[in-house]
Write a protein that binds this ligand. Structure first.
Ligand code: DAH
Length: 356
């Protein structure tokens, strides 16, 4: 028995993997293992012999099982140590560069404009880009024969043959959102409507798709004076410097009186600087909402009045960030986007990010 003990304890100690241990287990204490066979011989012994050999064999079996388990744990530890030594990372290495997208100047400027007007109590309203004839024209006091329709270079949708209703259009301005908002919420009202608009035009300062922000404020006694204050407040916040405005009498079908608004600027070496100098740059159309437009919006013109304006967002972006060609805005050239794009963390707010 001592021979068996030494043989197996030594073999277990020398085993180098789990398979070898399992083989030893079968060989020693498996059903037909050496120790098990010895146990079967107990039956042939005298009771006295059995009293000595029985417990001794059981003790031997226990000892071998214990040795097997201990060795198994030992082997697992060795394997883990080896793995930990082989598999390692240098967590101090710099990470691989990740290409990050950027915020398009149009998105950035739209957010900036929204933040400034929100601070003055204007909510954001939206309307569809495919607009019906009535909302885009008639309701805004631009009847079918009006020259403004032709001037707008409108994109028309097509109708089925034989359908003689006027075709829908790609909205040529954000002004139809005025009507939609009036019909939806009634007066009083204080909204801006940023969004895409479309006209068939293409050169350095015109693209077939561009962006406007419409403004509308209706109340009991809202006047041109309020319009002037709101716009000067807006331009000063947007450009981060006090900006003078100049109102020039003009004509739009949907306002009476109407004014085109210029902002103060200087031209030096072919670049324009806003808020200084003696030149003027036209940036928007505005006026007091025409009574017919109020009526189309379901609002009583004897009770309510107010101003409206429309600004080109792309134009504002070009001016503020010194971007010379409008067409590049929509070329999706990655080099341009990386150069003029903004970090997603550069969140515009009235307190920061606007006055850069
Ligand atoms: N809708 C005009 C355009 O696209 C801009 C405009 C002018 C909007 C005067 C207005 C306004 O709200 O009062 O050219």
């Amino acid at each position: 028995m001592e021979e068996l003990r030494q043989k197996y304890i030594a073999a277990i100690a020398a085993a180098t993997d789990e398979a070898a241990l399992e083989a030893l287990r079968v060989q020693a204490v498996g059903k037909k293992g050496e120790v098990s066979l010895k146990m079967r011989e107990l039956g042939k012994m005298t009771p006295e012999e059995r009293q000595v050999a029985g417990p001794a064999l059981n003790a031997l079996k226990d000892e071998i099982n214990l040795a097997l388990t201990a060795k198994k744990v030992g082997l697992a530890d060795v394997a883990l140590d080896a793995r930990l030594r082989a598999e390692w990372l240098d967590v101090t290495l710099p990470s691989r560069p990740v290409r990050r997208g950027s915020i398009h100047p149009i998105s950035q400027v739209t957010e900036e404009v929204t933040a400034i007007f929100a601070d003055m109590g204007f909510a954001v309203a939206e309307g569809p880009q495919v607009e019906d004839d009535w909302h885009n024209f008639d309701s805004l006091n631009i009847p079918g024969h009006h020259p403004a329709r032709a001037e707008m270079d409108t994109f028309y949708m097509s109708r089925k043959e034989g359908d003689n209703r006027p075709p829908h259009v790609l909205r040529t301005h954000t002004s139809p959102v005025q009507i939609r908002s009036m019909l939806k919420q009634g007066a009083p009202i204080r909204i801006i409507c940023p969004g895409r608009v479309y006209r068939c035009d293409y050169d350095q300062t015109h693209t077939p798709m561009f962006h406007q922000v419409e403004g509308l404020a209706l109340g009991k006694d809202i006047s041109m004076a309020n319009l002037k204050w709101v716009l000067e407040e807006f331009f000063s916040a947007f450009f981060g410097t006090e900006v003078q405005t100049r109102f020039r009498a003009s004509h739009f079908p949907f306002t009476e009186p109407s004014a085109e608004v210029d902002i103060q600027c200087s031209w030096e070496g072919g670049t324009v600087k806003v808020g200084e100098g003696n030149d003027w740059l036209e940036v928007l159309g505005s006026g007091m909402v025409h009574p017919k437009v109020l009526e189309a919006g379901g609002i009583d013109p004897n009770e309510w009045q107010g101003f409206a304006f429309g600004i080109g967002i792309d134009r504002l972006a070009m001016l503020k960030y010194g971007i010379p060609d409008l067409r590049a805005f929509f070329d999706s050239d990655l080099r341009w986007l990386r150069h003029y794009g903004f970090s997603p963390l550069d969140m515009p707010s009235i307190h920061g990010g606007i006055n850069r």
